[in-house]
Design a protein around this ligand. Sequence first.
Ligand SMILES: Cc1cc2nc3c(=O)[nH]c(=O)nc-3n(C[C@H](O)[C@H](O)[C@H](O)COP(=O)(O)OP(=O)(O)OC[C@H]3O[C@@H](n4cnc5c(N)ncnc54)[C@H](O)[C@@H]3O)c2cc1C
Length: 433
Amino acid sequence: MPEGYDALVVGGGIAGMEASLTLGDAGFDVLLVEKEPSIGGHMIQLSKVFPTTDCAGCITTPKMAATGKHPKIKLLTYSEVEGIEKTGKKFRVRILKKPRYVDENACIGCGRCEQACPVLIPKEWEYGLIGRKAAYIPFEMATPKKALIDLDNCIMCGRCERACPKEAINFLQEPEEIEVEVKAVIIATGYNLFSPEKKKEYGYTGNLTVIHTSANPNIIHGMQMERLLAPSRPYHALVRPGDGKVPERVAWVLCTGSRDKSVGNPLCSRVCCMYSIKQALLYSSAVPFGEAAIYYMDIRAFGKGFEEFYNMVRELGVEFIKGKVAKIESRNGNPVIIAENTETGEIMEEEYDMVVLAIGLLSNPEAVKALGVELDQYGFVAQPQENSNPAVTDKEGIFVAGTATCPKDIPDTVAEASAAAAQCIAYLEEVGS
Ligand SMILES: Cc1cc2nc3c(=O)[nH]c(=O)nc-3n(C[C@H](O)[C@H](O)[C@H](O)COP(=O)(O)OP(=O)(O)OC[C@H]3O[C@@H](n4cnc5c(N)ncnc54)[C@H](O)[C@@H]3O)c2cc1C
């Protein structure tokens, strides 16, 4: 008989954690399945949040800890839903748990395997800004804080095995097939980032995770800038990746991969204007003598306190240039922006120390394939009753929250997650046991 839960939550970003905690606090048994080795999603990677400039990690880490130790929430990380079938009132769900090659129960997260490992490859979690080992803990605040071994890059030297004080390394671990029964499902699989190399004329040709193959490593993207500005940042000071120099002139290029049919995404990503304004403010505090410029088509400051935040940053001296960037070239390692200032008609050529491409949020259709719900034309989960029951999908008993339905900011994501949990609770009470 498969294990039974009231609800399955798929995805452990801020939406999935919030929905799980709401359900768990209301006394329902929750299984939270996360494909990465840790929960936290994109929010745990952010520096601060607009418009309050609260520290993102200080909000996310307690949520991660509360989710990880909640008596009503079972966490299944490094796992993905493979199939789902409705039988009567319940869903039978097949889940694949990938091998960590580390016994999760034995591992104490001491990091000795990581210290002993001689392999160094780009760290995905830091978007390639620094390296990681083949035996590694995904990041400092990871939940669960357990190591894993990346077998594709492991050289089988056995040093991690010898260093582990708990004999937790197990190269013989196999993928595990798990079957469970649940009464309801909440999809919280979030978004994918636009790959800036698709915008060839902007000169970011590197793989998202390997900045050093970039044509110019001083052309970075918005998430890399979040990491450079975060309290848990990969370098001790705000320096540019190309040569470790403090960038004295930085420009942001808005709408990189958003509102752009040439790269197949006509949608506005809703957060890039505000996250760029926030980054320019944080940059100005970190480098007080620095110059910040934002190239924009128009500023979408639609939320509570956003317009005031925008005006405040403008008044502080960040330059706003209304113009579409045509091209970014390189001169002596410095990015050079070529743009038309649409207010003056002038063709501009400006050299900077670093350029940040404000990449947008795309759908994550692969994540929901196994769940069989209807998608909209852009690959986001469709909301057939968007105005009256936004958390409802086309499948009875399957709900959705957060950026799985469209790009949005954290406050809207959290509000939706609570709403999805409330609708899920009403459904669970209706179907009974
Ligand atoms: C550069 C940048 C800066 C930003 N700054 C701000 C800001 O300052 N303020 C603000 O309000 N918003 C900001 N945002 C937006 C913010 O990141 C999102 O609103 C928020 O993270 C959405 O949370 P989510 O849970 O919906 O999605 P995600 O954070 O994407 O979480 C989804 C989770 O689901 C997991 N998952 C995916 N597929 C599967 C699967 N198949 N099975 C299981 N799990 C899966 C993922 O691994 C992830 O953990 C920013 C965005 C960017 C790109």
